[in-house]
Write a protein that binds this ligand. Sequence first.
Ligand SMILES: *[C@@H]1O[C@H](CO)[C@@H](O)[C@H](O)[C@H]1NC(C)=O
Ligand SMILES: *[C@@H]1O[C@H](CO)[C@@H](O)[C@H](O)[C@H]1NC(C)=O
Ligand SMILES: *[C@@H]1O[C@H](CO)[C@@H](O)[C@H](O)[C@H]1NC(C)=O
Ligand SMILES: *[C@@H]1O[C@H](CO)[C@@H](O)[C@H](O)[C@H]1NC(C)=O
Ligand SMILES: *[C@@H]1O[C@H](CO)[C@@H](O)[C@H](O)[C@H]1NC(C)=O
Ligand SMILES: *[C@@H]1O[C@H](CO)[C@@H](O)[C@H](O)[C@H]1NC(C)=O
Ligand SMILES: *[C@@H]1O[C@H](CO)[C@@H](O)[C@H](O)[C@H]1NC(C)=O
Length: 324
Amino acid sequence: MILTQKYVFTALACLSFAVIPVVRSATIDVVVGGPGILKYSPEFVNASVGDIIRFTFKQKNHTVTQSTLQSPCSPKADGFDSDFVPVADSVTQGFPVAQFTVENADPLWVYCRQANHCQQGMVFAVNPGDKFEAFKAAATGNTTSTTTSTSTSTSATSTAPAGSSKDHRVVVGGPGVLAFQPANITAQVGDTVTFEFRQKNHTVTQSSFNQPCQALSATGQPGFDTGFHPVADGSTTFPTYTIQVNDTKPIWAYCRQANHCTSGMVFSVNSVETGPNTFEAFKSKAMGSNGTSGSNNQNAGISTRLNSASIAIAVVGVVFGVLC
Ligand SMILES: *[C@@H]1O[C@H](CO)[C@@H](O)[C@H](O)[C@H]1NC(C)=O
Ligand SMILES: *[C@@H]1O[C@H](CO)[C@@H](O)[C@H](O)[C@H]1NC(C)=O
Ligand SMILES: *[C@@H]1O[C@H](CO)[C@@H](O)[C@H](O)[C@H]1NC(C)=O
Ligand SMILES: *[C@@H]1O[C@H](CO)[C@@H](O)[C@H](O)[C@H]1NC(C)=O
Ligand SMILES: *[C@@H]1O[C@H](CO)[C@@H](O)[C@H](O)[C@H]1NC(C)=O
Ligand SMILES: *[C@@H]1O[C@H](CO)[C@@H](O)[C@H](O)[C@H]1NC(C)=O
Ligand SMILES: *[C@@H]1O[C@H](CO)[C@@H](O)[C@H](O)[C@H]1NC(C)=O
């Protein structure tokens, strides 16, 4: 089944990428809903550029939808939207998760677009400064005044050339599957590649042709690493992670879980069809090596990818409600 785009947080760009200082990024957890709970917890966070905001969806059926300070309960044009994530009352673990990376220091305003949840105060903000109460009051109608003219958030533009870029979807794993599907693709500069993580617990980690099963970031070079994405058996929602193809050089990658790489779980973008550096040669090398699958922690991967020379990370999102 070809999946559509509607489930994915839309691209948040990385305009200020090259000037982002190397900082250790943090992952900030936010719980969405829960039995009888119509709120995000916490209701707002202060985050640094590069931090990841990770939403865990609990009962019942909520969204994480970007809005604006001026219109808290309406979707922002070109803003991100998780779509509805229903979670049954019986669920006690393996809650769906969505995350995105904070791309700049501007405030981000978010609400749940289920029924009247927003009007009941189910709103959230990143870096609201002193405006969170005003935002929530505007959502619930408990306004005194919100005549602030703060700029709304901002990061929803794409670095890709408008109109011409394409998103390539790659499925990572699946029940009993230790492979990327497809395992090699051809992409244009400006295209994006969205990895959709299936069972069980994989990464997409940039490596090199010569060392297929070794993270570039572990050798001190910039390289992306998605971190581990565990997906429960029977899950129908799949996290995604999008990279942007930023030049024509081949991109080599592998899964750094256990022995997945040496089992042939490798991937390439723009490998050549002939000559020594084909995808098949890369895969053979991976399977012949005793690669260091290593235990790079996720934070290391995140901070290095902010510096990646060959790839700009455009999105971290989640696929919701995909029925397979
Ligand atoms: C979740 O909410 C949406 C919007 O109200 C609705 O269309 C959808 O059917 C709900 N899903 C479930 C499983 O209740
Ligand atoms: C977040 O930053 C604002 C100022 O920008 C400050 O007033 C507030 O106390 C901070 N909140 C937390 C939880 O650190
Ligand atoms: C309305 O807003 C005021 C000031 O922000 C607050 O003290 C009050 O509790 C709010 N009332 C409700 C019903 O939320
Ligand atoms: C996923 O794999 C990593 C690395 O082996 C491990 O640390 C982590 O606990 C696993 N997560 C789950 C939920 O199994
Ligand atoms: C990509 O993979 C397919 C199937 O494995 C193979 O036929 C093709 O030659 C590969 N492309 C490159 C560039 O190696
Ligand atoms: C991989 O490691 C095993 C045991 O550690 C060893 O017997 C084997 O020769 C190694 N293979 C290669 C290609 O290095
Ligand atoms: C790719 O990224 C590098 C480093 O961030 C940047 O200098 C270069 O302009 C980018 N190239 C494209 C085509 O975006």
